[in-house]
Ligand binder design. Structure first.
Ligand code: BDR
Ligand code: CA
Length: 315
């Protein structure tokens, strides 16, 4: 595939096993040019998320990828982490060597701002897989970046499925609702992969076996991660497999036809103690407010897992 038609992306992430699989999916895809990967504090603290990104790049043999550390805490709140889901390292399920590829000296927020200002207008897509802190800080510092971003595709929020940290809030929005509010109010074209979609992407035993059957070191790592990561949600929801959240962001860039949703207004609750971090998504369009996001609800789950198997096989 020629460089001219590659889609330029920045991945902003807090690995997390599902984040790591999303990174692998992106690195395995010739349609995408990964300009850089920025770490944010989320599932585990920043020191671990930046290392986990580098471990994942090394697993894929992609030591040339530029990795940056961004914010170590939400914009206005104390960090809430999710070791109870992802394990103490964030990537429990398989032991990977301590990374040796470099962490860039530039801060991740500065990298995001500089890249968007330097690249041609509307040429960079932001893929956010964690709390929106880095993007929120970037928007606060240089609001002009908003009109230069092609699209922001995020994993976050929930409407029909409710929340997964509180009854109202999904983890990525709950951790930094103030940053999420800045993003949803920014005018950037936004595509949301909420729990309404990701709860359809279940890592069933049959799907995990297809990944295991690839028989490479990468597929062994992915199966190890999935088997660790799914146990929490299997217990909670009583399903065969758990939701594989973050790779939906990358899969959408590769095969948008796997998804369907609606262009609606979405606002973020930042004040209420009971519902802080809620994505107030006007799916039925009962308010006359501007549409600021495409809210996905439908997924061709078999097509999604076929894509993952196809691309993981190529690493
Ligand atoms: C989101 O929270 C994290 O635990 C996952 O990595 C995903 O980004 C799901 O709510
Ligand atoms: Ca994540």
């Amino acid at each position: 595939m020629s460089d001219r038609i590659k889609r330029k992306i920045i991945i902003d992430t807090d690995p997390g096993q599902d984040d790591a699989i999303a990174i692998l999916l992106a690195l395995a895809s010739p349609e995408l040019e990964v300009l850089g990967i920025t770490a944010v504090a989320g599932n585990v603290p920043l020191e671990l998320t930046q290392q986990n990104i580098r471990k994942t790049c090394e697993l894929a043999g992609r030591t040339e990828v530029k990795v940056y550390a961004g914010a170590n805490a939400p914009m206005k709140r104390k960090l809430f982490t999710a070791e109870y889901v992802h394990g103490a390292t964030g990537l429990n399920g398989i032991e990977l060597p301590k990374p040796t590829m470099p962490l860039q000296s530039q801060n991740g927020v500065d990298f995001i701002i500089e890249t968007i200002m330097k690249q041609p207008e509307k040429s960079v897509t932001l893929c956010t897989l964690g709390p929106l802190t880095n993007v929120g800080i970037a928007l606060e510092r240089v609001p002009e970046i908003a009109s230069r971003i092609k699209e922001l595709v995020m994993m976050g929020g929930g409407l029909f499925e409710g929340g997964n940290v509180t009854p109202a809030a999904e983890f990525n929005i709950f951790v930094d609702p103030d940053a999420a509010k800045l993003v949803f109010d920014s005018g950037i074209p936004i595509i949301v992969m909420p729990l309404d979609v990701t709860h359809k992407a279940l890592t069933t035993a049959a799907r995990i076996e297809k990944i295991r059957a690839i028989g490479t070191s990468v597929s062994t790592a992915v199966t190890g991660w999935l088997e660790f990561f799914e146990r929490f949600d299997e217990d909670k929801y009583g399903t065969d497999g758990g939701p594989l959240h973050d790779p939906n962001v990358i899969a959408y860039l590769l095969k948008p036809e796997l998804y369907a949703g609606r262009h609606i207004n979405v606002e973020i609750e930042t004040k209420s103690e009971l519902t802080i971090g809620m994505t107030v998504a006007d799916y039925w369009q009962v308010m006359d407010k501007p549409k600021n996001a495409i809210w996905m609800t439908e997924l061709d789950a078999d097509g999604f897992f076929d894509l993952i198997v196809e691309r993981i096989s190529q690493i």
